[in-house]
Design a protein around this ligand. Structure first.
Ligand code: NAD
Length: 297
């Protein structure tokens, strides 16, 4: 952990290579943010179709920024040139200063990935997880150097949402958390520190927003469009609960609810919704699958 310990509150320099693992909704946005900040970025996924979709989405987003006059064309080109897409990270992992994981919200899968990564990366490499709710302490536990593991929790879409929660597990080196916080700030984000409790800050507070909306639906108090419109237009929320769950992805949102529910000893406040579980079973995951509470096809 030499590099991070020697420069505790300094951001990683833009020349520092970043490896992002998982090219889904979050990974592609995080990769774009890091590349925009000047880092050479490798984006990895085991699914080639996801990599193609990520590349197309990043190109579309940059082109739209250029068309709106928000990004100079040359800067957009430079960002694209800093991005590499791969299905094999064995060559890039040893060069990375920072790895950010954004794969499926499943503790065992994440633990296996972090163990595999530790065998490949350099001693100073910081291993960050974009988990929404899982314990950073638990993800780090099987590693020889758990002190290098930290949460770096972006919000969806990562290119536009300002907040990043920097989450420390029980064994996280404070210097690592400071470096990640400084780096997120250098990337234009508002980076706040949190302890690794289930759901951290935002996802813990947001659980009732989704849960109570789903209960209203179950009790047939009102319908999705009406509840969304009331919260959005009269309540001044940016999005209503159902359209927000469609954006997040029901598989991700349900996994986060389940993980917070389990972590708090199956507290009924966090009980998963049968309505949402059924959507997941049907593959109606929201925007990313074309259909959730609403139809996007
Ligand atoms: P997603 O389903 O859009 O993408 C996940 C990607 O990971 C897919 O491309 C999949 O192919 C890939 N993947 C799965 N297992 C893998 C493995 N073992 N190795 C490599 N790639 C693998 O999911 P997402 O919405 O991007 O969420 C990813 C992570 O980010 C989760 O931990 C989630 O909780 C967190 N997160 C999600 C949101 C959100 O709003 N969707 C917001 C913040 C954080």
């Amino acid at each position: 952990m030499t590099q991070a310990t020697e420069t505790p509150s300094q951001a990683l320099p833009p020349s520092a290579p970043v490896l992002v693992i998982g090219a889904g909704a979050m990974g592609r946005g995080i990769a774009q943010v890091a590349a925009t900040a000047g880092h050479p970025v490798t984006l990895y996924d085991l699914d080639a179709a996801q990599l193609d979709a990520a590349k197309a989405a990043i190109e579309r987003d940059l082109a739209s920024g250029v068309a709106k006059g928000k990004i100079p064309a040359k800067a957009a080109e430079a960002t694209q040139a800093r991005l590499t897409y791969t299905q094999d990270f064995r060559e890039t992992a040893p060069l990375a200063a920072l790895v950010i994981e954004a794969i499926v919200e499943n503790l065992e899968v994440k633990k296996t990935l972090f163990r595999d990564l530790e065998a490949l990366v350099a001693p100073h490499t910081i291993l960050a997880s974009n988990t929404s709710s899982l314990s950073i302490t638990a993800i780090a536990a099987p590693l020889t150097h758990p002190e290098r593991v930290v949460g770096m929790h972006f919000f969806n879409p990562a290119t536009h949402m300002k907040l990043v929660e920097v989450v420390s597990g029980l064994q996280t080196d404070p210097a690592v958390a400071e470096t990640v916080q400084a780096t997120a700030r250098a990337w234009g984000k508002i980076a706040v520190r949190a302890k690794s409790t289930p759901g951290f800050i935002v996802n813990r507070v947001a659980r009732p927003f989704y849960g109570e909306a789903l209960r209203l639906l179950l009790e047939q108090t009102s319908d999705t469009a009406t509840i969304d419109a009331i919260l959005r237009d009269a309540g001044n929320f940016r999005m209503g609960p159902f359209e927000l769950m469609d954006l997040i992805g029901h598989d991700v949102n349900a996994a986060v609810t389940r993980s917070v529910w389990e972590a708090y000893g199956y507290d009924p406040r966090f009980q998963p919704s049968l309505i949402q579980e059924e959507l997941v079973r049907a593959g109606h995951l929201g925007r990313k699958s074309g259909r959730g509470f609403y139809d996007y096809r």
